[in-house]
Design a protein around this ligand. Sequence first.
Ligand code: GDP
Length: 427
Amino acid sequence: MVKAIVGANWGDEGKGKITDLLAETSDVVIRFQGGANAGHTIINDYGRFALHILPSGIFYPHVTNIIGNGVALDAAKLVKELGDITAQGVPQPNLIISERCQLLLPYHILQDTYEEERLAGQAFGSTKSGIAPFYSDKYAKIGVQVCDLFDEPRLRQKLTHALEIKNVLFEHLYHKPALRTEELLSELLAARELIRPYVGDAVGFVHNALKENKTILLEGQLGAMKDPDLGIVPMTTSSHTLAGFGCVGAAVPPTAMEEVICVTKAYSSCVGSQTEPFVSEVTGEAGDELRRRGGDKGEFGATTGRPRRVGWFDCVATKYGCMVQGATNVALTCLDVLGYLDEIPVCVGYEIDGKVTDVFPTTPKLVKAKPVFELLPGWKCDIRGETDYAKLPREARNYVDFLERHIGHPIGIVSTGPRRTDNAMRK
Ligand code: GDP
């Protein structure tokens, strides 16, 4: 059976931690979309890790980890990350890179960087990892699959064709130097040798695993708000962040997906451009304090180090996020972070043009939305690491009940700290 672990919000909800937790009782963990442009923080017996491209099951020797065909594979970053984790004492992981996966190439990173420069102040806040140009090329059918690396004439021909287009852009739109096929080819052939041991038929592997009744986890990157169709368009990422896309990006049949675990934090955080609408944002000193206390080391991007914008829990966005993800169960993370507050504001509605709604709107309306807050009593104590739900203070349990009622999806896992074991199971 297949379980997807996906984000209800803007990303950074704590999916890595939940995946690491559930991987213990799973056989396969698959990344199905996105690239190395976001990070998952995991704290376990081996130490603290910020994974960018490797699936979060790599700490378990019994788990097969797959980089699915839906991922944007930056081979250099993958090899570096593998080197980094094994240097920290993690055993060599079981890893399969789908031969159908496409490669994020150096020109994607250049194009992303040049385009952000060109847009200057109006940029979308890209991490300049090449993700948008990568997916554009994939859908324009000029991408390079991992399997192409093993057919040199085909690879040369594909690169030559792609560079004809890229070089026009580079020289004439961005006024930058052109790239040469032969140089790129030799770079890719070198990368091929580094990833060769891991490349395989992930599609066949996944279908066999399902026949053998194995448990497969799909690990999403970013969250519902960043989906290019159902998210806050155009401030989204370029691949689908929804569990439904897991069927494509991990090659699992839709009928095999039995659970969708939607992860959300007990407050909000959002990376990206300042121009993005973020209705329940807290700024000023209150925001600085929440940012400092958030996550395991403050709310700063795991990949970029950028300070994340923070806000109070947003019921409107989270209800919508859980709905479009098809959540069967919600994991609420970082509840421990809120223990310093006397009262905790929760955004229960948006006021748009004088009317209050709890329906998440499209972008032209979202930019006008003002938050409607309700204040809940805080619990004023440290609950970090509590594993018995019944032992949480009444105010903390009431807070969870309140959120559950407003988002309309059952909260089953309450995470009370960043470590693998810091969880209180509710149902
Ligand atoms: P992901 O991309 O969804 O995996 O999320 P990130 O790893 O980018 O961000 C989540 C942050 O919250 C990380 O710093 C985690 O270590 C931390 N974290 C996860 N769960 C908890 C929790 O229950 N309490 C606290 N204090 N931190 C948590």
